[in-house]
Design a protein around this ligand. Sequence first.
Ligand SMILES: Cc1ncc(COP(=O)(O)O)c(C=O)c1O
Length: 376
Amino acid sequence: MNRIYLDNAATTKMDSEVLEIMVETMKSTYGNPSSTHTEGRKARALVESARKMVAQCLNASINEIFFTSGGTESNNTALKCAVRDLNIKRIISTKIEHHCVGHSLSHIQRRSGVEVILLDNDSDGHISLNQLEQYLAGSQVKTMVSIMHANNEIGTVSNMYAIGELCKKYGAIYHSDTVQTIGHFPIDVSRIHIHFLSGAAHKIHGPKGAGFLYVNSDNLIEPYIDGGSQEKNMRGGTENLHGIVGMAKSFELAMKHMEERSVYISQLKKYFIEQFQKTNLKVEFNGDISDQSLYTVLNVSFPEHPKNEMLLFNLDIQGISASGGSACTSGAEKGSHVIAALNKDPFRRAVRFSFSHHNTFKEIDIVIEKLKKIYH
Ligand SMILES: Cc1ncc(COP(=O)(O)O)c(C=O)c1O
């Protein structure tokens, strides 16, 4: 049985070109990028050309890209180092950030007494720019704003440009978690007033354990991980060479195919919504489902039903992979803080289906049929 993988917001299948270049790198380039001999210099050249590629995708300078182990490390670094090194005394964020931001904020609040303000959101997960402006205008201390670009559970997207302008107006530092949007939407840091931006390769068909942090050159921070002088003294530790090379390839492919993939995946999502509406499953959708939303994510809310509890399990044994809440903690199946923050009927069952260009319309038909069977 061919499985239907609809959990691409958790992670994606690696592109074959990415795999090839990673295997080739592992075979042929075993030098340490910090070594000055031929093998080392060969490895260094690969790291630097990967940096150039990632910088190009964001229209950033190569000096502003630092490789990390993924989105979690990038977000931890941005938030904790900004508090430590940039004299941040107040952070404005949202209730629906990924746990690596939310838990970092709790830690910062506990340990350094920084004030953390979480903005209200509407029932689709949108925050109010007016409320953000009120807090910024009323702030007497150095403030950081941390607002994710697109939510990983419900696909609601924030307006990076407008948030950046507000931060500029009130002299705030702006960080955005773009783990779900890098490679899916064009992001040009030269046009957005932004200081820190985090990304990971595994959401766009690259390897797990490879990510980056963009640090605007006006706001230098000190390392989060102390060690050698790697990453221009910004992150100690021998570089994950094949991961970095694979990440650069996945970015290159994502940029090259962004237009066609986004059109195709948006159609899939739209089709899925329409097919749901034709059934009598009485589903609703969590989050924004408009054309402005993250086209890779559809969060479906099923009415209260005895079958709900085992729904993901039943889908799995029927060959369909989806997730409830955030997949980073899936398996644990704790209630989702994101769904809770939407303040909707708590007895409904939320399931996130998330797509890639590998999915097909036929797969959507199969999922709808299986769901009808499960519920009837
Ligand atoms: C929005 C968001 N931020 C951060 C992360 C964490 O990234 P990583 O798994 O690369 O540490 C994820 C992973 O699901 C995510 O969706």
